[in-house]
Write a protein that binds this ligand. Structure first.
Ligand code: IMP
Length: 188
């Protein structure tokens, strides 16, 4: 039988320098945010629009605690730039499948940094005439904002540090971590 090539430690593992948000704190906050959303959308169906890939873990955990009826859909956007920052040039890689006209759309995002990705996505979604369009974001780095975007429901505001885990990646790695960690800056 072929031997599995098991890597116990990721080569970049030693660059995770701090646990910013342990799993327990994330889940506690998600329950609070879900309760707020459930109150606001009482009696209405929510089209929950998960922004791939980063928001998939957050969306899965959030929707378990939502009381109103939920229809789940996905959108994938790519923004060009370096491994750790956005250029602002955004492209839709996988479009929404649901019809959004007349429906209550709640976009679920992992993190708002410059705001450019969300700004582009919201402008695009507005053209489809939803009855309402709101944003739920797990993390926000307000000091990095280049364009104003409305965040209606927020998990945590954080400082300007590059974070990974709980869906967030560095070069596609670390999405599977159950906590949110901080990556050390690359030394020159
Ligand atoms: P923005 O367009 O600058 O707001 O960037 C938003 C996107 O950049 C997020 O959806 C993430 O995919 C990515 N991003 C921004 N900051 C981080 C971070 O600290 N860790 C991982 N991804 C990030």
């Amino acid at each position: 039988m072929k031997q599995a090539n098991v890597t116990l430690f990721h080569p970049l593992q030693d660059r995770i320098c701090d646990v910013l948000l342990p799993s327990s704190r994330i889940h506690e906050r998600i329950r609070e945010v879900a309760a707020e959303i459930s109150r606001d959308y009482e009696g209405r169906e929510i089209v929950l629009l998960c922004v791939l890939k980063g928001a998939m873990m957050f969306t899965a955990d959030l929707m378990r605690h939502l009381e109103p009826p939920v229809v789940l859909d996905f959108v994938a956007v790519s923004s060009y730039g370096s491994a750790t920052s956005t250029s602002g040039v955004v492209r839709i890689q996988k479009d929404v499948e649901e019809q959004l006209a007349g429906r209550h759309v709640l976009v679920v995002e992992d993190i708002v940094d410059t705001g450019l990705t969300l700004h582009y996505l919201l402008a695009n979604l507005r053209l489809r005439n939803p009855a309402s369009l709101k944003v739920c974001c797990l993390l926000d780095k307000p000091s990095r904002r280049r364009v104003e975007v409305p965040v209606d429901y927020l998990g945590f505001a954080i400082e300007d540090r590059f974070v990974i885990g709980y869906g967030l990646d560095f070069d596609e790695h670390f999405r599977n971590l159950g906590y949110i960690g901080v990556m050390e800056e690359e030394s020159a």
